[in-house]
Design a protein around this ligand. Sequence first.
Ligand SMILES: Nc1ncnc2c1ncn2[C@@H]1O[C@H](COP(=O)(O)OP(=O)(O)OP(=O)(O)O)[C@@H](O)[C@H]1O
Ligand SMILES: O=P(O)(O)OC[C@H]1O[C@H](OP(=O)(O)OP(=O)(O)O)[C@H](O)[C@@H]1O
Ligand SMILES: O=C(O)c1cccnc1
Length: 491
Amino acid sequence: MSSNYVNDSLALHTDLYQINMAESYWADGIHNRKSVFELFFRRLPFGNGYAVFAGLERVLDFLRDFHFSESDLAYLRDELGYKEDFIAYLKDIRFTGTVHSMVEGELVFANEPIIRVEAPLAEAQLIETALLNIVNYQTLIATKASRIKQVVKDEVVMEFGSRRAHEIDAAVWGARATFIGGIEATSNVLAGKRFNIPVAGTHGHSMVQAYKNEYEAFHSYAQRHKDCIFLVDTYNTLKIGIPTAIQVAKDLGDQINFRGVRLDSGDIAFLSKEARKMLDEAGFKDAQVVVSNDLDEYTILNLKAQGAKVDVWGIGTKLITAYDQPALGAVYKIVSIENTTGEMEDTIKISSTTEKVTTPGRKKLYRIIDRENGKAEGDYITMYDENPASEKRIKMFHPVHTFVSKFVTNFEAKDLHVKVVEQGKIIYDNPTLLQMRDYAKESLGLLWDEYKRSLNPEEYPVDLSQKCWDNKMRNIREVQEMVEEFIDGEE
Ligand SMILES: Nc1ncnc2c1ncn2[C@@H]1O[C@H](COP(=O)(O)OP(=O)(O)OP(=O)(O)O)[C@@H](O)[C@H]1O
Ligand SMILES: O=P(O)(O)OC[C@H]1O[C@H](OP(=O)(O)OP(=O)(O)O)[C@H](O)[C@@H]1O
Ligand SMILES: O=C(O)c1cccnc1
């Protein structure tokens, strides 16, 4: 073991600065001030038109268990030098806040609150890193999976990425996220055991190489694995691999369930068409052609354009590592805090980069759905005390280019936030993963195709209510006045 401390809690899975900030709040006696933080990202990943939220279950596990263990406290005191009085405060700290969140599988867009945390300031601060870590990764991978599934459409996708994932947790929780995003099965057996996801697979080249002979390898595999898919590209796909697979299937007949062949190298378009022809001619019309080898949505789209005959896509590296965009940039920002007289005051972060200016205040999030066509008109962020469902007509306008606007009538305003934690108590029962995946699929049905295409999708509207926008402008003006006063004072 490289450390003398037992690894028995996740509370220290945080950045040092969170603990330092918490210490200052505590020393100044403001650690229990009510605060509101929101978690959101500013830009959709992969140039996609939407993201699929995942990660809530692990966030709730983290909050349920949030405490500093004896070994955490000993490490903070003995190695990092935190003083005994602050350690005594940390010893009893638990998460006592209230959390609203989108549900897993929900479609989410830029600049809208995915999770809202209302908690004593120090508690809300100490959980930031873990929440972002969990949501950023899982949402990224669920989105990549959904994007791939949009291109694949009707065929099956199997997730094969464990060997390339960024370590064990990423493989296991990543497999879960791909399932929420629409993938049918994973090769990771631990993910199957932990999350009840279907597990599936074929066999590797090592098996053929071990027997040094495809006939023997396939024959032996088929004896023990009734549903068998033979990997046919170890020596020569068309001349040896596929004919041998067919021979074994014929020789063993009803004793086995010959499910098909897997191609893992070469020209997938050409080989899949040839494989299809050979299987059909041999009478195995139901046998599937499974393909793998560095696939992603771009290659798949291209292979489809070439007329590839594929039934199952096995996708590893580029899915589980989100190869073309390795991070989602979700952030966690304070939007409101209790003042010295016990009232809540909104707070804003100004930036010269307009997209980094936060939207102050405790807010709600609605999906506005046209009752006539069942499609989403956009998402609508309001102040907490607003309820668009009670209005006959709302004006939706672009939060920056405000002249771009429309009036919406005859709509349903779906509240996208669910209360999942109430004063520290987890009150949300996680649905099954299948339910989450179905929910994501159903939610995609609300979107016009223009938002779902993989290349240059239209921008889905995420608008602020007039009240929310006015509040933001007022906060910006107040900060500007404060800055001007400061500068005047200096001169
Ligand atoms: N018809 C095709 N059109 C476009 N891309 C293809 C086609 N067939 C295969 N590919 C992709 O091209 C890449 C081929 O990579 P590469 O040449 O390294 O594979 P290979 O040599 O066939 O197999 P190996 O994995 O053994 O190196 C893979 O990403 C594969 O998915
Ligand atoms: O290509 P991916 O999308 O990551 O899918 C997983 C890959 O893992 C296996 O091969 P492995 O990488 O072990 O060896 P190979 O590259 O020589 O086939 C399998 O044969 C796939 O090609
Ligand atoms: O089952 C398979 O075919 C498989 C599993 C992991 C990686 N590559 C392939």
